[in-house]
Design a protein around this ligand. Structure first.
Ligand code: FES
Ligand code: FES
Length: 171
């Protein structure tokens, strides 16, 4: 077992000084060392998306990456999505569109949705829109479903999740 090493992670704008073994995943660091349990552990093997967080604005499955790899990065978890006491537009849209049932997948869905909307606005390519464009990609349901395909919902709230993302993207 490798010895623990000092590590600073910037989470939601705050530096956290940690001492972690190199094998510790970002997900376990968030939940067990920092106490940010909003990020969920579903499969722990990159299949469900429940652990999705943003690293420098890009979606990452926190269960598949080591904490030590993210020194100097800006990590955003579900706890950092709201703007102070104010829900972020995507959070308000999830409530308005009834986009969750048990809620277990919801933190990952919302983090993923934030990046999904940014990608579409930036014209980033996807399987549905394979050519990178300079203008925003249309916020169609197939586009949103493709881009959100890494986030599973066992409750099957997909239609309402798509509706919440579409409404936020178009706002
Ligand atoms: Fe990370 Fe399922 S817990 S993808
Ligand atoms: Fe239950 Fe998605 S709301 S798993």
């Amino acid at each position: 077992m490798a010895p623990a090493r000092p590590l600073t992670l910037n989470i939601n704008g705050t530096d956290h000084q940690l001492s972690l073994e190199p094998r510790v995943t970002l997900l376990d660091a968030l939940r067990e060392s920092i106490g940010l349990t909003g990020t969920k552990k579903g499969c722990d093997r990159g299949q469900c998306g429940a652990c999705t967080v943003l690293v420098d604005g890009r979606r990452v499955n926190a269960c598949l990456t080591l904490a030590i790899m993210h020194r100097g990065a800006k990590i955003t978890t579900i706890e950092g999505i709201a703007q102070g006491e104010q829900l972020a537009p995507i959070q308000a849209a999830f409530i308005e569109h009834d986009a969750f049932q048990c809620g277990y997948c919801t933190p990952g869905q919302i983090c993923s949705a934030v990046a999904c909307i940014a990608e579409m606005r930036a014209g980033t390519a996807s399987a549905v829109s394979p050519n990178v464009r300079e203008q925003a990609i249309a916020f169609t349901d197939p586009e949103i479903r493709e881009r959100m395909s890494g986030n599973l919902c066992r409750c099957g709230a997909y239609n309402n999740i798509v509706a919440a993302i579409r409404a936020t993207a178009k706002a």
